[in-house]
Write a protein that binds this ligand. Structure first.
Ligand SMILES: [Zn+2]
Ligand SMILES: [Zn+2]
Length: 114
């Protein structure tokens, strides 16, 4: 068996390793998640789990939000002027990407602080 203490709780024994950072973790700290891409279940520590959740949300902010914004009200700007429309079309993904990066960075800071 595994005789390594948990990375987060030195008093309890680890039941396995985090699939992402490789740290030994106990039952309280580990969560089994299934990767969206590979569909393979893997064990993640709470930091890596929070990070992967933050990443998923950041990806949604960076891709889905600009898509919805462009698909819903994008035409309004083209009605105003094609130039305004193109500016909108080019700036929305950039602003969303920056927003996503800021969100992700803020989350990392938040996770590391806990
Ligand atoms: Zn981890
Ligand atoms: Zn633990």
């Amino acid at each position: 068996m595994y005789k390594v203490p948990c990375f987060y709780h030195p008093e309890s024994l680890a039941i396995g390793q985090c699939a992402r950072c490789g740290q030994p973790i106990c039952a309280t700290c580990s969560t089994m998640t299934t990767s969206y891409i590979t569909r393979i279940p893997r064990r993640l520590c709470r930091v890596c789990l929070a990070l992967s959740e933050a990443k998923t949300i950041a990806i949604i902010i960076g891709t889905f939000v600009p898509f919805v914004l462009m698909a819903s009200i994008g035409w309004v700007f083209f009605v105003i002027s094609p130039i305004v429309g193109w500016i909108y079309l080019l700036t929305v993904p950039v602003i969303s990407a920056i927003g996503a990066i800021f969100y992700y960075r803020g989350k990392i800071r938040e996770i590391k602080a806990t």
